[in-house]
Design a protein around this ligand. Structure first.
Ligand code: GAL
Length: 697
């Protein structure tokens, strides 16, 4: 069951830290927030010592005043549970709660997220503070929901304390039951790693060449994820018991955490923290980089968990820590643009991070809406504009959902295995980037689909096309479901390195791509990894719509044999000792098709495949869009009514051509023909039903 944010009205708000400002400022802050149209604040996620100044002594006066005053101003409150920042009294009395690096160095008090999830005393003290908070605020009329902790697994996502080690041992004992099974799953016969006593089984430690047992490393990540989920469950069970009318979420999506399972087991919906400038400071290589628009992919992942979600932290200023790379300030219009980027991808509640820039601490350069000086500025004007616009737009948006006909498929097993295994992990990142960029520039909305044992055929059949770039780990069960998807009319695209490992990360002793060889009508005869310095071999395409294209086959080359009688070779290597061998094979089965491409996808290959498959933009018939404009479509499930969001990420005015009548929902005016979108601006359209499409000029 998908857990989605389900609101009656759009909520806009801001993260606020009453403990960081003189109390005399609160009323003015709240008044100004309301003037901007804000309806919600998030508070208290780092304030454990204020609630529990000494072990077992609780005090709510401070936050009672802050929350009651917010309530008087008509603001709703999301309360953070404060477990991301254990008090100094706690870590000094119980140092076993501190996290430890793989090299054995224990973190100390002074930053945040320095605890581990498995220390029994930390679990007890965390449960107690959450219980106290829920008892106290569980019925408060201003409190609408809870954020568990803050960004679980941010800062670090590996845990090697003594408590974690012991918990890992029980975890593997439960999973494998016998040492024989464990030794077999971890391939312990290789390099004499066989365990003869459970006491010898540990989390991975430092190893020569930094190269632990890969099967153990994969299990370790599953264990980290389970530990986080158990810790979140500890809190959400209490909140559900004591605050049944308030919802529960957490913010962010981070490594070594199955956020889909976390949401399923502990939350009502996921919240995401949206900082698009991270994509600008680490641009992807290649021409015409997507920059801040690349961030849209992260938002797509958030909506694969909750189709409508909350953005708990929306970037509202330049970012930077005192010691961390700084980000440029959002250009005029960009903060508003990013807000609509979140909306375009499914957010129905957005809180800016943060109200005012901190004047103390590590984040004095992580700017909020207001600067230290507290004067009105251009960012506050932009927030006000968004607030005004959402008054009319909000009711139209709420309950609509982004729609896409293509999904890029992923799964946690391959993600985690691919962190260590360089023979497939990096390829997935490259291929996803290439597909996403090409789809963006062709204005074809794309979803992320996390393939899980619970994913149904219906979930898959929502998409005409699934791209599963390099699923090295692929089980018979997944293969059977994918085969059924194709049989019923779906189109699937695989890249190199598909289907050669089982769930333990061990290699199958069958021709690749193993469990999908029959579906793809192809086997891999031979293969080679390409060095980065090596020129990628060229491939000649001869598909119906791609005949004559020559595209470099990058990264890795599977040298294919076309085996199934009906399978068709759509491209061949034109280079190397495997010149003439198939590089791309199409196989039809049932009502659908599968494509097996023997390399890593670059932009040209993704582009050619989209053409070959015949996928076009859903607005292609009536809307001409230039490349710098992102298209998002939000659709009301009950009526099929669509809202078209057009976002201009560039510094130049972009001209679009509307070949039928639409309504500009921000102005309420009709729009048709050539319409300009100024730099960093947005246009939100509703089609006028029944209006005819005019011929292109
Ligand atoms: C988020 C975090 C916030 C703040 C912000 C800016 O990751 O949740 O507390 O640190 O980044 O760095």
């Amino acid at each position: 069951m998908t857990k989605s944010l389900n609101l009656k009205r759009f909520e806009l708000g801001v993260c606020y830290y009453p403990e960081q400002w003189p109390e005399t400022m609160w009323a003015d802050d709240y008044r100004r927030m309301r003037e901007l149209g804000f309806s919600v604040i998030r508070i208290a996620e780092f304030a454990w010592t204020i609630f529990e100044p000494q072990e077992g002594t609780f005090s709510f006066d401070f936050f009672d005043r802050a929350i009651d005053l917010a309530h008087q101003h008509g603001l709703q409150v999301i309360l953070g549970t404060p477990t991301a920042t254990p008090p100094a009294w706690l870590t000094s009395k119980y140092p076993e709660v501190l996290n430890v690096t793989q090299a054995g160095v224990q973190y100390q008090h002074g930053q945040r997220r320095h605890y581990n999830y498995n220390a029994q005393i930390y679990r007890e003290l965390s449960a107690r503070i959450v219980r106290k908070l829920a008892e106290h605020y569980g019925q408060h009329p201003a409190v609408i929901g809870w954020q568990i902790d803050n960004e679980l697994n941010c800062e670090t996502n590996v845990f090697y304390s003594a408590a974690d080690n012991l918990a890992f041992r029980s975890w593997v004992q439960q999973k494998y039951d016998s040492l024989d099974a464990l030794n077999s799953a971890w391939g312990a016969v290789f390099w004499n790693q066989t365990y003869t006593d459970w006491a010898q089984v540990n989390l991975t430690g430092p190893t020569p060449s930094d190269s632990p047992n890969p099967h153990q490393a994969l299990d370790e990540k599953r264990f980290f994820s389970d530990s986080v989920i158990a810790f979140a469950r500890l809190q959400s069970d209490i909140l559900r018991e004591l605050a049944p009318d308030q919802w529960v979420t957490t913010n962010g999506i981070f490594g070594h955490l199955d956020s889909h399972q976390l949401t399923e087991e502990a939350l009502d919906f996921i919240s995401f923290d949206s900082y698009p400038n991270f994509s600008t400071i680490f641009p992807a290589p290649g021409p015409e980089p997507l920059l801040d628009r690349r961030w849209s992919w992260n938002l797509s992942i958030a909506r694969s968990i909750s189709p409508n979600f909350c953005v708990m932290e929306q970037q509202s200023g330049p970012g930077g820590w005192v010691n961390r790379i700084s980000q440029p300030t959002p250009k005029p219009g960009q903060m508003r643009l990013w807000t609509y980027q979140s909306i375009g991808h499914g957010a129905d509640m957005i809180l800016y991070f943060r109200w005012r820039t901190a004047t103390v601490g590590t984040e004095i350069y992580w700017h909020g809406i207001l600067n230290y000086d507290n004067r009105p500025n251009r960012r506050i004007r932009e927030a006000a504009q968004v607030g005004r616009e959402l008054e009319t737009l909000g009711p139209l948006l709420v309950g609509t959902r982004p729609m896409a006909r293509l999904a890029i498929v992923s799964d946690y097993d391959n993600e985690w295995d691919g962190e260590l295994d360089l023979w497939h992990g990096p390829y997935t990142r490259q291929s996803v980037q290439a597909w996403f960029k090409v789809l963006q520039y062709r204005h074809i909305p794309v979803d992320s689909l996390n393939l899980r044992p619970t994913t149904t055929l219906e979930d898959m059949l929502k998409y005409e096309v699934l791209v599963y770039p390099h699923p090295a780990i692929l089980t018979e069960d997944t293969a059977a479901r994918l085969a059924e998807y194709v049989k019923q009319g779906g189109t699937i695209v695989f890249g190199c390195r598909t289907g050669y490992k089982d769930l333990r990360g061990q290699c199958y002793m069958v021709p690749m791509p193993g469990p999908v060889a029959e579906l793809c009508g192809v086997t891999v005869e031979d293969f080679t990894r390409l060095e980065t310095t090596q020129r990628a071999p060229l491939v000649r395409w001869r598909g119906d719509k791609t005949n004559g294209l020559t595209i470099a086959a990058e990264g890795f080359n599977d040298i294919l044999q076309s085996v199934a009688p009906g399978a068709r070779v759509l491209a061949e290597y034109d280079d190397e000792f495997y010149k003439g061998s198939p590089a791309l094979v199409l196989n039809n089965s049932g009502k659908g098709r599968s494509y097996y491409y023997g390399a890593v996808f670059n932009e040209k290959a993704a582009d050619a495949l989209i053409t070959e498959i015949g996928l076009t933009s859903p607005v292609a018939r009536w809307l001409d869009l230039p490349k710098p404009v992102e298209l998002c479509v939000r659709e009301r499930p009950e009526t099929g009514e669509k809202l078209i969001l057009l976002l201009n990420y560039s510094e130049e005015t972009q001209t679009i051509n509307l070949k039928k009548a639409a309504t500009d929902l921000l102005t309420g005016k009709p729009a048709q023909g050539e319409v300009q979108i100024p730099p960093f601006d947005v246009l939100i359209l509703a089609e006028v039903t029944g209006s005819p499409i005019t011929a292109s000029p």
